[in-house]
Design a protein around this ligand. Structure first.
Ligand code: S3P
Length: 423
């Protein structure tokens, strides 16, 4: 479906964003293999997390909802049941990759697949380390559908070739079942929600810089989890406020885990007026209220260590860099090619359609600043983050943008347009 986007608007007032997508997936998954009932407050009910819930229901786990609390009736590490159909993850790369670490260690085999985007996304990155641990995974040339035959696992020491929290989490989950001590070495740190939450559930995971060690455990214990607002969703609203004159907003209760706020660090370097208020910890995660005011921004180059800490925000970086003063360069971001769409290509194509001047490179982009945006017809490529980027860009357009296939926004941020309208 098509949508005519709001244009020439600024943002004012207080708001909240829905629960963090990464943390929501993990709360369901870890709750399912814990012993006892895990009650979750603030779970994101976007399509990706619903896919995770459906997979665990198909694996025999009771999951209920009452008064906005989701209860997961955990059946222990070995309590999942063989599903009587193929598990379906929809559009969710996080679900298929992380769950594989659990399924590799069960005493049954099952098949798992997803939508037309999932069956094109690389799975070798999980098949390789899990197979080294003794997993038996058949695939379609390293793509989904995956046939996972549960097995006895052994521990490994693994140097991660790509910075990926999904891969790290799959290995960590397998490590709970694997004889001995598993060591994972990351070149650059990726998001660490699994480490935090698994330890919260009673796992034995030790983090020393970029080296993570995990031991086989007897059980995980169910917990009550409160999920903070999703920083990646908040970043769309933050950019909306930064680029539109006279904007001033506060987004309450947002997660600011250091492995997720690379983009905010870069925005501050570019001159953004962003303040963290009431910093606190909720269920082991750092949380605050974020205040943002319209700011004149200057260019910035990004590469290396910061990339995994802002991996989902790089399309937004391309947008702010196009409006900032000077030329910005993105390097080391080749991982973007393997997201819901090839985000280097899709964001370059769509922003250039509305007046940006971005050149695609092999591992990033060269972004000319000081651009003025105009209205046009844009595509989402069924990629939620590309769709929201275009909607935010339209706030500074003099004429409207018509966005095709905008419904994919429901994947991660179902009330995105309501929040924009309220502000
Ligand atoms: C996620 C990790 C990231 C991110 C994705 C969610 C997670 O992917 O892009 O949206 O929840 O672990 P990679 O770890 O593959 O980079």
């Amino acid at each position: 479906m098509k949508k005519i986007l709001m244009h020439n608007k600024n943002l004012k007032g207080k708001t909240k964003v829905l629960g963090d997508k990464s943390i929501s997936h993990r709360a369901i998954m870890f709750g399912a293999i814990a012993e006892g009932v895990t009650n979750i407050k603030g779970l994101l009910k976007g399509e990706d997390c619903i896919s995770t819930i459906n997979c665990f229901k198909d694996l025999g786990i009771k999951i209920t909802e009452e008064n906005n609390i989701i209860s997961v009736y955990g059946n222990g590490l070995y309590g999942l049941k063989k599903p009587n159909k193929t598990l379906y993850v929809g559009n969710s790369g996080t679900t298929i990759r992380i769950i594989s670490g659990i399924l590799s260690a069960q005493n049954f085999s099952c098949e798992i697949t997803g939508d037309s985007s999932i069956i094109k996304r690389p799975m070798k990155r999980i098949i390789e380390p899990l197979s080294l641990m003794g997993a038996n995974i058949e695939s379609n040339n390293n793509l989904a559908p995956l046939n996972i035959n549960g097995n006895n696992l052994n521990s490994i020491s693994y140097n991660m070739p790509v910075a990926s929290a999904q891969v790290k989490s799959a290995i960590l989950l397998a490590s709970l079942y694997a004889k001995g001590k598993t060591t994972i070495i990351e070149k650059f740190k990726s998001r660490d929600h699994s480490e935090i939450m698994l330890n919260y559930f009673g796992a034995n995971i030790n983090v020393n810089g970029n080296i993570i060690q995990s031991k086989k455990i007897e059980k995980l214990n169910a917990q009550n989890i409160e999920i903070c607002g999703d920083i990646s969703s908040a970043c769309f609203i933050i950019v909306g406020a930064l680029i539109t004159e006279n904007s001033h907003i506060i987004i309450e209760n947002v997660g600011i885990n250091p492995t997720r706020i690379g983009f905010l660090e870069i925005l501050k370097k570019m001159g953004a007026n962003i303040n963290f208020l009431n910093t606190r910890f909720v269920s082991g995660e750092k949380v605050c209220d974020i205040e943002v005011k319209y700011s004149k921004l200057k260019c910035c180059n990004i590469s290396g260590e910061i990339i995994p800490r802002m991996v989902d925000e790089i399309p937004l970086f391309a947008l702010v860099a196009s409006l900032a003063n000077g030329k910005s360069i993105v390097k080391d971001a080749q991982e973007l090619k393997f997201k819901e769409s090839n985000r280097i290509k899709t964001i370059t194509t769509e922003l250039n359609k509305i007046g940006a001047n971005i050149i695609e490179t092999d591992d990033g982009m060269i972004i000319e600043g000081n651009r003025t945006f105009f209205g046009n017809k844009c595509e989402s490529y069924n990629d939620h983050r590309i769709a929201m980027c275009i909607a935010i860009a339209s706030l500074v357009c003099k004429e409207p943008i018509i966005l095709n296939d905008y419904e994919c926004i429901n994947i991660s941020f179902p009330n995105f347009f309501d929040i924009l309208e309220n502000l």
